[in-house]
Design a protein around this ligand. Structure first.
Ligand SMILES: [Zn+2]
Length: 377
């Protein structure tokens, strides 16, 4: 029997108005001067100012760094680290969707780690260079999808290679994640639908992935149940705080569960973002049904269990997912988003290079990737 490691370390504070608890956790990590990392959207929504006020009322000095790109790049990390030093900060508070939360981790890393960023690339064992002296990070998500608030990796596009590079270390974990559903009510319906489908995909792929992780499995199933119950409502009525809260929990649980692994759907989705600029959650939504039919051969019992959680009455899991996708207003295929047959060869090459499919319950060849894209058109 192989030996597994199971770890669930992040303190999570959940509830409407839980933003008010942020200063307690800043104090807990001895923070007195915070760099608030976000993007222009978070500023525009008034959320950066709200977080700043809460911290300043508790005598925490705040500087705002709002220059994070939608897909974080190296300069964001360097400029953020400079802002941290100029403010003489001792804690990072990241506020926003996946991009600011990822960037916040890498800015924290940069303040104490001087090597060129590519040397920390997880794909070449760069985590070995990451030591515990990373300043404390607190996360305040304003979307419900990536789960980056409880994740231990940050993704950054490096100048030299132009590639999305994953930097991973337990030292990049937030000391606390503040999940306040009130901060997600302004998210538009389409973003709610796409990010919510990302959360659902994380839970489903984690549950089906290879590996022995009963705790991740339980969390993944509970996350799927929350998505089935709340996603459509959160899309239809953005002000429904119960549905918003359910999706925030599901997103966080998906990211906790996928430490077990993801699968072929994420390998198909990543090139759709890098090559076709497609939203990550939407890319997952468009590929997931085909991947479920593909995986059904390898793990029929698990696929059946997920079907029952998503929709008792559906004839198959893939049909249940197609129906949910339609209900929340997402398109029914990659073709609707401008992907053509001519794109598939290159996409399939890139999907094979992606590491996620290595934990898919059924091994994938390049031919399989081609067929999965074709079926998803
Ligand atoms: Zn994802």
């Amino acid at each position: 029997m192989s030996i597994a490691t199971w770890s669930f370390p992040t303190t999570i504070v959940f509830g409407n108005g839980s933003l008010a608890k942020l200063p307690d956790h800043v104090r807990r990590v001895q923070g007195t001067r915070a760099l608030l990392v976000c993007d222009p959207g978070v500023v525009k929504a008034g959320i950066a100012e709200r977080v700043k006020r809460v911290l300043e009322a508790a005598n925490v000095a705040v500087a705002v760094f709002d220059k994070v790109s939608p897909n974080p790049v190296e300069e964001n990390v360097f400029e953020g680290a400079t802002a941290y030093r100029q403010h003489e900060a001792n804690v990072i508070v990241s506020v926003g969707g996946g991009a600011p939360l990822d960037a916040g981790k890498l800015i924290a890393l940069r303040t104490t780690h001087e090597r060129p960023l590519h040397e920390y690339d997880d794909a070449i064992g760069g985590d070995a260079h990451i030591t515990s002296n990373v300043p404390p990070i607190l996360t305040v998500p304003t979307t419900a999808g990536t789960g980056s608030e409880v994740g231990r990796s940050g993704v950054v596009t490096l100048k030299a290679t132009g590639r999305k590079t994953v930097i991973f270390s337990p030292y990049l974990l937030a000391k606390a994640a503040i999940l306040d559903p009130e901060l997600t009510v302004s998210m538009p319906a389409r973003i709610t639908a796409a990010t919510g489908f990302d959360a659902l995909t994380h839970c489903i792929e984690a549950y089906l992935s290879l590996g022995d992780h009963p705790m991740a499995d339980g969390i993944a199933l509970a996350g799927i149940e929350l998505c089935a119950k709340h996603l459509a409502t959160a899309v239809a009525n953005g002000a429904d705080l119960e549905a918003r809260g359910g999706m925030m929990k599901a997103a966080m649980m998906g990211a906790v569960a996928f430490q077990k692994g993801l699968g072929a759907c994420h390998s198909l989705a990543h090139p759709l973002s890098s090559e076709k600029d497609m939203h990550h959650g939407l890319a997952n939504a468009l590929c997931l049904p085909a991947v479920m039919d593909f995986n059904n051969v390898a793990v029929p019992d698990r696929v059946e269990r997920v079907r029952r959680v998503v929709d008792q009455n559906a004839t198959s899991l893939s049909n249940a997912l197609r129906a949910l996708r339609e209900k929340i207003g997402l398109p029914s295929g990659l073709g609707a988003e401008g992907v053509t047959k001519a794109d598939i060869a290159k996409l399939a090459d890139k999907a094979m290079e992606d590491a996620c499919h290595r934990s898919n319950p059924r091994p994938c060849t390049r031919d399989d990737m081609v067929k999965l894209y074709e079926t998803s058109l």
